[in-house]
Design a binder for this molecule. Sequence first.
Ligand SMILES: Cc1ncc(COP(=O)(O)O)c(C=O)c1O
Length: 400
Amino acid sequence: MNYKLADRVNKIQPSFTLQMATIAAEMRARGEDVINFSVGEPDFNTPRHIINAGKEAMDQGYTKYTAGPGMIEFREAICDKLKRENGIDFTKQNILVSNGEKQSLSIACQALFGKGDKVLVFRPYWVSFPEFIHLADAEPLLINTVDKNNFEPDFEDLLSKDLKNVKGLIMNSPSNPTGGIWREEAIVRILKIAKENNWTIISDECYERLVYDDEFISTEKINRDHNINTTVITCLSLSKTYAMTGWRIGYSAGPREIIKAMAKIQGQATSCANSIGQKAGIEALTGSQQCVDEMKTAFKKRRNLIVGLLNELPDVSCAIPGGAFYAFPNLGKYIGKKGNGKLLKDTFDISEYILESAKVVTVPGDGFGAPGHIRFSYATDSETIKEGIERVKSALEGIV
Ligand SMILES: Cc1ncc(COP(=O)(O)O)c(C=O)c1O
C-alpha cells in the first residue's frame, strides 16, 4: 500500500488500560472464567432519572448540534454546581462542554502547549497524560511523588529539574492510578511554584465526588482562597460521578480567553458534545444526588474490603487510598523471583503471571510509571473482589 502515517502516530502509545480491558473481554468471549480488576468505570448503571432525561431529550427533538461550547442551560447548570459544590464562581463564558473529559484535557494541552514546551506530569500518572502532551507536540517532564505521602509531589525532585522550558503541569487528585489525594498544603505549594514560574495548571478532578474520608477541595478553590492567582483550568466529568462513561460528557472551567481558544480547537474537531448527553447532564447536575451518595457508600465499603484483603497477602503492602476506585498495592518483593519457571522482571511480568495462573486481570504499575505497584480497580461487587483476591493469593503462593 502506498501511504505513510504521520510521525504523530508513532509518538504516542495506545491506551494501555483499554488494552487490559480488551484482554479481559477476549478471555470472557472464549468462555474463560476471568475476574477483571482492570476496569476504569463504575459497574453501576446510569441512574434511572438521568436515563429518562436522555430519552425525553430525544423525544423532544434535542437531536441536533448544540452551541459549540455547550447548551447554555447546561453551562448554567455547571456554573451552579461549581458554586454549590466547589465554592467557585464562574460564568458560562468560563465553561466548555466536551465529548468526555478526555477531550477537555487533550484540547487544553493543545491550546496551551506546543513545540519546545515541557509539561510536568507526576509519576504514577494516568496513562493518557503524557500522550495528550505528545499530541500537542510538547514534551512531558516526569516528577516523582512520595508514596508514603498520598503520592504527593516530591518537591525536591521537582526543584532539582531543569525547569527552563516548562509551561505548565497536569495534576490529578484524587488520582488514577493511586487513589491518593493531595493535602491542601501540597496543592498550595504547587500553586505557588506555578505562579512564580508563570505555569498554567490543568487540574483533572474527575474523581472529586468519590472521596471517602475527607472533604474534597478543588485546586481552583484553594487558589482563590489563598489569593495565589495561578492560572488553573479545572477539568471535570460526569463519567465517574454519575456512572455515565458511555454518554461522553466532560467539561472545563477556566479563564475566558483559554476556554475560547479551546472551543476554537474543539469546534474544528467535533463541533460540540452530544446533545442528548448534555440534556441528561442537566438532570444529573440538578436532580437528586442520592444516587451519588449510594454509589459512594458502596465504593467505600469495597475499598475497605479490598485494601484489607490485599494487606493480608504475603509480601504485599497497600496504603488506604482516599478516593477514586483503585487500590495500588506494592508487590515489589516478588520482582526477581520466578513464577511458572519464568523470571518476574517487573510488574508487567507479575500481572501476566497472575493472569495466566489465576485468570485475574490487573494493570501493571510500570505502565503508569510506578514500578513495583499493581493497580486493582474495585469497581466490581464484593463477592468478585473476595474471589479475585483469593485467586491472586494462590498465584502469589506459587512464586518462588
Ligand atoms: C484520571 C482520569 N481523567 C480523565 C478521565 C476521562 O474521563 P471521561 O470519561 O470524561 O473522558 C479518566 C477516565 O478513566 C480518568 O481516569
